[in-house]
Design a protein around this ligand. Structure first.
Ligand code: HEC
Length: 175
């Protein structure tokens, strides 16, 4: 029995040493244009979903989805998020594919998590991805305003849509 436990301990140590060697000697391909293995993808996505569910405090969104707030949210989104997460006319920003994991285009697939989780991700970001933590830059109220905007991204009132896509300028008068 003693030898069995010794065997288990030695095997675990060898695995840990192998993993450490693999990571520290340059065998992990960290290039953004290299496809991750299906195991890495599965582990990373599960870790992100589970961490968000466990850590995002149960909070009610204090910003109501009035036209005025959705317009304010659209402005904030345009200034801070659209460059990566896209616009109705350009749902795949140039970063959609160059980041790994790729940036979700919110006008192709609306963020479907509850508001408190979208707020948590917006405030804290997602490590090892291109998603920044906005806590140091935006106030909580601004972030809730963007979260409200994201929750209605598929049914925005015309005034909020106009912020994202200003109507084309009228043709110059004919001379
Ligand atoms: C520099 C590029 C970049 C900017 C700017 C950016 N994001 Fe992201 N965001 C990402 C990337 C990349 C991911 C995907 C991370 C992943 O798959 O784990 C992401 C993921 C998210 C998610 C999770 C989406 C989901 O359904 O999985 C939310 C919510 C989000 N971003 C909100 C925002 C908000 C709000 C802003 C603006 C305040 C913003 N992001 C600005 C790159 C960016």
């Amino acid at each position: 029995m003693k030898n069995f436990f010794l065997g288990v301990v030695v095997t675990l140590l060898a695995l840990a040493a192998g993993g450490y060697f693999y990571a520290t000697q340059g065998y992990v391909d960290i290039a953004a244009d290299a496809a991750p293995s299906s195991m890495e993808r599965h582990l990373a996505m599960s870790a992100m979903d589970a961490a968000t569910e466990r850590r995002a405090p149960e909070q009610k969104n204090p910003v109501a989805a009035t036209d005025e707030n959705l317009v304010a949210g659209a402005k904030l989104y345009l200034d801070h998020c659209a460059g990566c997460h896209g616009l109705p006319s350009n749902p795949e920003s140039k970063f959609s594919r160059s980041f790994n994991p790729p940036t979700p285009g919110f006008f192709k697939r609306a963020p479907d998590m509850p508001d408190n989780q979208n707020f948590y991700i917006t405030k804290h970001g997602i490590r090892w991805t291109g998603m920044p933590a906005w806590g140091p830059t935006l106030t909580d109220e601004q972030m809730w305003t963007i979260v409200t905007f994201m929750s209605k991204i598929e049914k925005l009132p015309p005034a909020a849509r106009a912020v994202l896509e200003p109507p084309a300028p009228a043709a110059p008068p004919a001379r």
